[in-house]
Design a binder for this molecule. Sequence first.
Ligand code: AMO
Length: 439
Amino acid sequence: MTRLSDDWRRTHYTKEVDESTTNSEVTVMGWVHEIRDLGGIIFVLIRDREGMIQLTAPTKEVSAELVETIRKLRKESVIGLKGIVQESGKAPNGVEIIPNEIKLFCLANQPLPMDPTEKVKAEIDTRLDSRFIDLRKPSVSSIFKIKSKMLHTVRCFFEKNGYLEVNTPKLVASATEGGTELFPITYFEKEAFLGQSPQLYKQMMMSAGFDKVYEIAQIFRAEEHDTLRHLNEAVSIDMEASFMDDVEVMKVLNDLVQEVIINVKEDCSEELKTLGIDLETPEGHFEIVTYDDAVDMINSKDVPMEWGEDLSRAAEKALGDMMDGYYFLTEWPTEIKPFYVMPNEKDPIKSHAFDLMYKDLEISSGAMRVHQHDLLREKIAEKGLNPDAFGGYLKAFEYGMPPHSGWGLGADRFNMTLTGLENIRETVLFPRDRRRLTP
Ligand code: AMO
């Protein structure tokens, strides 16, 4: 068994090796990004999560043994380097490390399955096939640093506003968003499904008196279409709150999106720069477009759409072209929304459902929910589903269910809006789509 000895501990990430560390000994750990052997002097660029640093080895000044070790290195090998920091006008960070000792942890095989230096552009499939190397590229790891900051902000936001984090089951017995999008699985002697949304459970948490809950978890959708916006496994940020209506939870969503953007801009400026993104902080309330108005706007662009239809891709694009950034689409027809959505009391063909859009991309849906047991049972049946299959859920509505509302925000789609990416696969470490189940 090899264990790291105490004298091989990282003292600095590469970006921390700067002028302030001049003349001191540092230990960095990383990947061999580039090797330039000029005979009398060898340069090795070492890369870690935070950046790069140059190792400079004048062959007459360092030991012959060290020169031999350096000459054996191959690109992408993992090494530890101990050395003295020295100022250097020519080195990328203004400093370089003169090596005292090098520890080779792993010699990388050659040729590499893909180039991690960003010099050669690869197709998305090639990149995803060797994702572990693709993720070494700063332009790719930046996406996940931004996602991490986004999720951290989401948790802080909910915690400071009194929400409880919950974990609901992903092995489930019934559909929530409609029956066609389910992945069936064998669950001992029974048929079960992978959860397509925590919807039913987060609502049951309202009956349990948890008042305000949130969950960040995988959702599984057996969508057959292969688009730049759909995954078969996505991450959803879900919230549910009692004694709140749709307007109030829209405000929560509005505030959350703004807070995430502010934090990402503040803490991920390097990553945004790497991605070439200049994020704008949306001010105040996002614009509200009613479904009725959306239909008129879409038709005005010669994209045919009848009242009562869901937005086609062409309709989303036409609307997106007329809108700037984030906006809410409200007052959806009851008919095309799931059974748990509350119809408008005065005009029941319309509902208290909303979507949050970013240009032509839907990033969240939510609604005030039906909290009356009998109406809910009726609505389940109207959708062609069997109310008896929803027994455990419906029961929660019989014994004290408060009025409540909530939404689900697609974390991967939200990340697309923060990183300017067109293909949702790029915002997921190991995406799952119709054609891809590995790596
Ligand atoms: P909905 O089905 O609209 O609503 O999903 C909520 C959000 O999740 C994201 N999303 C997806 N992202 C990538 N690939 C997919 N296949 C995919 N499907 C959904 C989207 C979408 O806006 N229960 C409701 C939410 C609620 O009312 O609380 C629901 O799941 O960003």
